[in-house]
Design a protein around this ligand. Sequence first.
Ligand code: LLP
Length: 421
Amino acid sequence: MNEFKYRGNELYCEDVLVWRIASEVGTPVYLYSQKTLENHYTAFDSAFSAVPHITCYSVKANSNLSLIKLFSDLGGGLDVVSGGEIFRALRAGASPGKIVYSGVGKTRAEIEYALDFGILMFNVESPQELDLIDSVAGDMGKKARIALRVNPDVDPKTHPYISTGLKENKFGIRIESAMDEYKRAAAMKNIDVAGVDCHIGSQLTETGPFADAIEKVKDFVSALIKEGMDIRYFDIGGGLGITYDKETPPSPVEYANVVIKSIGDLPCTLILEPGRVIVGNAGMLVTRVLFTKKSEDKNFIIVDAGMNDLMRPSLYGAYQGILPLKKNKGDMITADIVGPICETGDFFAKSREVQDFVQDDYLSVESAGAYGFTMASNYNSRPKIAEVLVNETEYFIVRNRETYEDLVKHENVPEHLRKSD
Ligand code: LLP
């Protein structure tokens, strides 16, 4: 379902030759396909059309303003985790009434900002956060709609760094103590108890853990309703995985069928927070071969993108596919694709069978639309790279490449260091 395809030997994004973008915009560059983004969003959202729901795209996966605008225009809500993401939502013209705000460490200023903006709901992750929201809302003369994030202690069977719903994880409130916390919330003057939230992890490739989590939390929701609480929203988070290599995750329809069946007849609007499944395979990172170093026992292909631009392989040992922009008929070799950063962990692929790339060839790192640019840094004083959105036969630079000036624009050298002798 994605729009990155070869015509002959050349890779296209929709109707634009990727090589053309690489040579005109320069590399490294992130490339997104608008049609793929739309297809993925629509496939996901329509899979839930049988039930009342809001698809709140998870901004952390890719927070480019153009993407936020695109999903908002398609009718979606947003899942945000910081004041900065709320600012982006506001700037993109998203409707505040469809925004849910998660995160274990919200500050007073962020809570004020969210209340001012008029978001749909806070997903509260601790008793102290609940107290703070109550007090801030009181100071502002507002009532804050909340859900408590319940930790159901379910193993999502994914990478440990992105598992969140086990009791040893820092997220949410243990299901055993959540009832007491809900009762406390219900008695607070400035709190409107509106929902229940859970999110168990990311890049899940089976439906079982989702079903287990929903079953556990569903009984809890029923118990809350019996207690007389007006639970209108059941937020089940995000987490649906994608194919990076050989994974076979459930399709949105398979996922939706399991979710809808598990939810049963709960009288709640379902909130979904998909990130990766919408944007992951709608983007790639295009990079140029700077040098090749080949020896009998090891081949390195050194490219102009680094772990600072896409850190998933370094951080999680994640697999990302490698494609040439122009296929040649030459031999295949086994090589490490590495970046220019001064760290051995700076790689995109290890011992991978790839085309025998030569200097100045372009290649693309696949499945880089999610947690790519959003996790990029300026490490090694490398300017952040450009982002390009392709729409049919045209392309648009939706984020300019940073300059060297951008690297230092927030720094101040104090007077006493500026003296020359
Ligand atoms: N909702 C909450 C509360 C989350 O914490 C997350 C992701 C999502 C929704 C969206 O999950 P998704 O549908 O994208 O799986 N940097 C890692 C992934 C971190 C995910 C963090 N939370 C990676 O590159 O794999």
